[in-house]
Design a protein around this ligand. Structure first.
Ligand code: PEP
Ligand code: MN
Length: 343
């Protein structure tokens, strides 16, 4: 249930509502919003009676939330969540692009990639330091050394950093370097990890699991948000289907559906979504056209020499060309593409 307070409700009236919720053995969650003060209630097994709250001083309304994902649903918060990633905004009107290699491989590689994506207009640098590889014999990432190189690239370029957090043990280390923590598709339902991220003060990019439904993705986001971390972005990165010509099938439907069901920003990953370099630009353009708030794209200075995902990584020139095309698409849907390189 969602308790909506009157515009001039006093701090005491709000506190009284929280106290009442807690006295019933339930949890009270503040729903951040510019327009009103609202408190979400979770933990109840059956439906709550609106009368319990509607009669309290300062309460405007008590609304039943029909979706199982409560706090991330549009029902509890109509306006879009805008996540501040160290000054870069995810969500709302503007479209942001994150780009960089699948894995951080060396100082030269990450710096070259960072400067190239920055010059083309990306605002966040991606790069994996802890890689969840299908085979234990493949490159597993440079680990802390990779994080240090990302921090160096941030220092040199001013780009923010997104990198994957692979397990609960490394949360303090990775969180110390990253501006936004990526939960990979294989970890979408690692509930211990989600719970841990829920108590951090750090934005999270939550990728959709390989075979996860949108409801499961939203429930995974709910794990993080219900622990108090509201800065979660949802990422569609392709799902497993019967199709074998492409690595995954980017579920373009997910974009408008997630935007309707949830107030959280939606990110599209065209690189893993299709897995074929030559087609990544088409899918990236489709993501923006469908209403994504951000893209995350793999870009490598020498894709054919990449230690992971080279076949789906754009060269730096291909990326620069794509960014120009994305400007046009963003314009057509009256949304600005954040592009400090062009301003
Ligand atoms: C990645 O971003 O390189 C990655 C491993 O993504 P996913 O978890 O979507 O497979
Ligand atoms: Mn990758």
């Amino acid at each position: 249930m969602l308790i909506v307070m009157k515009p001039h409700a006093t701090a005491e009236q709000i506190e009284a509502v929280r106290q009442k919720i807690q006295s019933m053995g339930l949890s009270a969650h503040s729903i951040p919003g510019a327009q009103r003060v609202a408190i979400g209630i979770t933990g109840n097994r059956g439906a709550l009676e609106a009368e319990l709250f509607i009669t309290m001083p300062g309460v405007a309304d008590a609304v039943r939330v029909s979706q199982p994902f409560k706090l991330v649903s549009r029902e509890v918060k109509e306006e879009d969540t805008v996540i501040d990633v160290g000054g870069v905004l995810l969500g709302g009107r503007q479209i942001a692009v994150m780009a960089g290699p699948c894995s951080v491989e060396s100082k030269e590689q990450i710096l070259e990639a960072a400067f190239a994506v920055k010059n083309a207009g990306a605002v966040i640098l991606r790069g994996g330091a802890f890689k969840p590889r299908t085979s234990p014999y493949e490159f597993q990432g440079l680990r802390e050394e990779g994080l240090k190189l990302l921090a160096l690239a941030r220092e040199r370029t001013g780009l923010k950093i997104v990198t994957e957090i692979k397990d609960t043990e490394t949360v303090p280390m990775v969180a110390a370097y990253a501006d936004i923590l990526q939960v990979g598709a294989r970890n979408m339902q690692n509930f211990s990890l989600l719970e841990k991220l829920g108590s951090l003060d750090k934005p999270v990019l939550l990728k959709r699991g390989l075979s996860a439904t949108l409801k499961e993705l939203l429930m995974a986001a709910e794990y993080i948000v219900s622990r108090g971390n509201h800065r979660v972005a949802l990422c569609e990165r392709g799902i497993r289907t019967f199709e074998t010509m492409t690595r995954n099938t980017l579920d373009i439907n997910a974009v408008p559906v997630l935007k309707t069901l949830s107030h959280l920003p939606v990110v599209v990953d065209p690189s893993h979504g299709i897995g074929l370099r030559q087609h990544v630009p088409a899918i990236a353009r489709a993501g923006v056209a469908a209403g994504a708030d951000a893209l995350i794209i793999e870009v490598h200075p020498q894709p054919d020499k990449a230690l992971s995902d080279g076949h789906q990584s754009l060269s730096t020139t291909e990326f620069a060309t794509l960014m120009k095309q994305l400007e046009g698409i963003a314009k057509a849907i009256q949304r600005p593409l954040v592009n400090p390189a062009l301003t």
